[in-house]
Every structure is written in structure tokens, then in C-alpha cells.
Design a protein around this ligand. Structure first.
Ligand SMILES: Cc1ncc(COP(=O)(O)O)c(C=O)c1O
Length: 411
């Protein structure tokens, strides 16, 4: 008899981590691998924040489970400066990455969960672990790979539970696109009394400057983010939720679950994170965004010569091409497609099925971060151009060509 609970016995390791391990093995064996599978920032943590960590290395005490007061205050200030309303430190809870807070939210939440397709890889497994019933909403390229108000009207009428939680992610992992119909969606969420978890982990990497959050259009919205993407500090494990006053019941229960699980986030990184949210990092961020934008545009323009469906990314580090029309019947499913691409062309990407798409859709997520971010950041602004990618991001250029050759061979 299995020692494992029924609801989690079929769960596999998170596919992003798995693909990274596979790539490491293949690289060790001497194969050239284009690592477009793993969603990690290519840039180093800003120097000022690293210095703050050094200065705080001696911090050794357990901190309050909700997080260091000064950090909570600085995050509330940071969000307020960005136009978020009615937030102070009492609305901010710190976790070991935003992922853990999302998990605890699913543990605490009594109701059903709505997940747009595509969705980040961990939302559905977390619902499974927490035994929450969840519903996929298939979206289309025509709605920018995000939900429309009509989708919500339809699904809301099917859900029995009076409590409903939807998880949104904009800029999106895997599609790289933003939600555009914020006002209309806000209205429909309010009409159906839906609680929103707005995963805004890529908002600082939105290529334009006027990022708008769904929280401005719907009060019952929890905003989630962390240091992992914009500050390149995924390994530091500092994330937060901003929970509005009318969801304080959720906030308090997350805090209780924190005391019974992770206790408190590492003290030195919390002290260092104050610098991340109090000081100005616009030079670092503008350059990071410019590099990512130039690469995104390049990859999009190159792949566009194929007969595929794709939307140009608006932020973050992902792009999601759909080869279903071009390569119909050439592969069993998206996993087989991606495995063949890795075996034959050395290009690692993640299959669309990991993000909720039906397996027969030949979609993958391409993460365009296989370049030396530290070196690229040293380049003069005016030299951050598509022509210079051969020099500063050669694996992007070669890897994209490999994809094009591979697709043409099978078409
Ligand atoms: C969309 C999205 N949400 C959440 C996370 C979790 O990030 P962290 O736990 O490092 O804050 C990630 C990380 O890959 C992500 O891509």
C-alpha cells in the first residue's frame, strides 16, 4: 500500500526544474544546449542590494512571521508610490518567495479556483495539493491569451461554491502578454463576487512604463510579487502579498499558516530587501528592460517567418509560439514535440501542456534568457541593438535559428 496521499500521488516534479536538470546533464555530456526552458533572470542582483546583504550578514534572530516591520513598510511605500491605494505595512506579508504564499492561500481558501489557460506551472498543482476544485478557462490568441469578461460570465454560472478565486498573471508567464480589458474584467469580477490573486511578479519588467494592475479596478484583489524576477534574486527567496483591508481575514490566516510552516523568511535577505524597495534602481531596470525588449522583438521577428501563431511579448522573459497549424500530425503531442526539439536541435523549451493547454496543441514556452546578463548590462545604451545580439546574446541568435531549421525540416 502506498505511503502517499491519493491527491498527490500523481504529482511530478515541477517541469521547469526538471528541464534544467536535463539540460545540465546534456551539457555535461558535451552537447550544445540552448537553455530556453528555465525562467530565471539573466541579470545579477543590483550592487546596492548585494551590499545591503553583506552589511546584514550578521542578522541572526528569527524575525516576525509576517515579515520585518521596516520591510513591510517599505513595500507598502513602494506600492503607494506606484499608485496602489489604501496600503500600509498592515496589508503586507512577507514569504519565502511568492510561491509559498500562493500555496498557503490555496490551503486557507474555502472555495473553487479559476485558472486561465495559459497559467503558470504551479497554480494547478498547488490547487491539487490543497484539495481545491479548479476550473480551466481556455483562452485564445484573439484575446491576447487572457480571459475575457464573457469567459467569466460563463464559468461563474457553472461554479457551485459561493467563494471563487481566480489567479491572473500579467505580464504573463508563459505568453509574455498583458491583460488589456482591466476595467471590464474588474466589473465582471465584482458582479460575481470573485476574489482575485494578481500575480504581478513581472510587472517591473513590463516594457512600457505605465503598468496597470487589476487591483485598481477590483477591490478584492491580492497583489503578489517578489525580488525574484526584476532584481534577479530568485535564490534569495523574498516575496510578498499585498492584501486589501476587506480581505483581512485571509491575511490573518496566512500569517497563522506562516508561523506553523516557514516561521519567518531569512533575516539577512529581509534587511537587504529594504534597500530593494526604498532606493532607486531605475538605471538597472531600464537597461534590463531594454535588453529584454530588444531580444523579445528579435526572437518574435525571426520566428514570424514561419507559418505559426504568436503574439509579440509585452514584458517579462517569455514568448509562446503555436506551431499547431504548421506541424499538424508531425508530433504526438506538445511533450513529444519539445523532446524531439531538445534531442535533435539542442533547444530546451517547455510544452504548452504544462501551462494547461490540451496536449495536441503544439505550443511551447520559449524563455529568452540564455545570455550573460552581467556582461550585457555593461554595454552602452546605444549599443543595445538587434545587430549586436550576435555579440552579446549569441545563443539566442543561434538557438532561434535552430528552431527555424527544425520546424522547416518537419513542415
Ligand atoms: C508567474 C510566476 N509566479 C510566481 C513565481 C514564483 O516566484 P517566487 O516564488 O520566486 O517569488 C514565478 C517564478 O518562476 C513565476 O514565473
Amino acid at each position: 500500500m502506498s505511503l502517499i496521499k491519493e491527491n498527490i500521488k500523481d504529482l511530478l516534479p515541477s517541469s521547469t526544474l526538471l528541464i534544467n536538470e536535463m539540460c545540465k546533464e546534456m551539457s555535461k555530456a558535451g552537447k550544445t544546449i540552448y537553455q530556453f526552458g528555465f525562467g530565471q533572470s539573466p541579470f545579477p542582483v543590483p550592487e546596492k542590494i548585494v551590499e545591503a546583504l553583506k552589511v546584514n550578514a550578521h542578522q541572526k534572530d528569527y524575525l516576525p512571521s509576517k515579515g520585518l516591520f521596516e520591510l513591510r513598510k517599505s513595500i507598502a511605500g513602494f506600492l503607494t508610490r506606484k499608485g496602489y491605494k489604501n496600503l500600509n505595512h498592515e496589508n503586507i506579508i512577507i514569504g519565502p518567495g511568492s510561491k509559498e504564499l500562493m500555496f498557503l492561500l490555496q490551503v486557507a481558501f474555502d472555495g473553487e479556483v479559476i485558472l486561465p489557460v495559459p497559467s503558470w506551472v504551479s497554480y494547478a498543482p498547488q490547487a491539487i495539493i490543497a484539495k481545491n476544485k479548479y476550473h480551466w478557462i481556455q483562452t485564445e490568441k484573439e484575446t491576447n491569451w487572457h480571459i475575457s469578461p464573457e469567459h467569466i460570465d460563463q464559468i461563474a454560472s457553472k461554479i457551485e461554491s459561493k467563494n471563487k478565486l481566480i489567479i491572473l498573471n500579467s505580464p504573463n508567464n508563459p505568453s509574455g502578454t498583458n491583460i488589456h480589458l482591466l476595467k471590464e474584467l474588474g466589473e465582471v469580477f465584482t458582479k460575481h463576487n470573485i476574489t482575485v490573486l494578481s500575480d504581478e511578479i513581472y510587472s517591473e519588467l513590463y516594457f512600457k512604463d505605465n503598468y496597470k494592475s487589476i487591483s485598481h479596478f477590483h477591490e478584492n484583489t491580492i497583489v503578489s510579487s517578489s525580488l525574484s524576477k526584476w532584481a534577479g534574486a530568485g535564490g534569495w527567496r523574498v516575496g510578498y502579498f499585498a492584501v486589501p483591508n476587506n480581505l483581512i481575514e485571509i491575511f490573518e490566516k496566512l500569517a497563522v499558516l506562516g508561523t506553523e510552516t516557514f516561521s519567518a523568511v531569512s533575516a539577512p535577505t529581509q534587511f537587504a530587501a529594504i534597500t530593494a524597495y526604498e532606493e532607486d534602481h531605475s538605471e538597472y531596470l531600464n537597461k534590463s528592460k531594454k535588453i529584454l525588449h530588444v531580444i523579445a522583438h528579435y526572437v518574435y521577428e525571426q520566428l514570424k517567418q514561419l507559418d505559426i501563431d504568436m503574439i509579440e511579448p509585452e514584458g517579462g522573459f517569455y514568448l509562446m509560439p503555436d506551431f499547431t497549424r504548421m506541424l499538424q500530425n508531425k508530433f504526438k503531442n506538445s511533450k513529444d514535440f519539445c523532446k524531439t526539439l531538445l534531442d535533435e536541435a539542442g533547444v530546451a523549451v517547455l510544452p504548452g501542456s504544462d501551462f494547461g493547454f490540451p496536449v495536441e496543441k503544439l505550443i511551447f514556452r520559449l524563455s529568452y534568457v540564455d545570455f550573460n546578463g552581467a556582461e550585457f548590462l555593461k554595454v552602452k545604451d546605444s549599443d543595445i541593438t538587434e545587430e549586436n545580439l550576435v555579440k552579446y546574446a549569441p545563443k539566442i541568435v543561434d538557438g532561434v535559428q535552430q528552431i527555424i531549421n527544425f520546424a522547416k525540416k518537419y513542415a
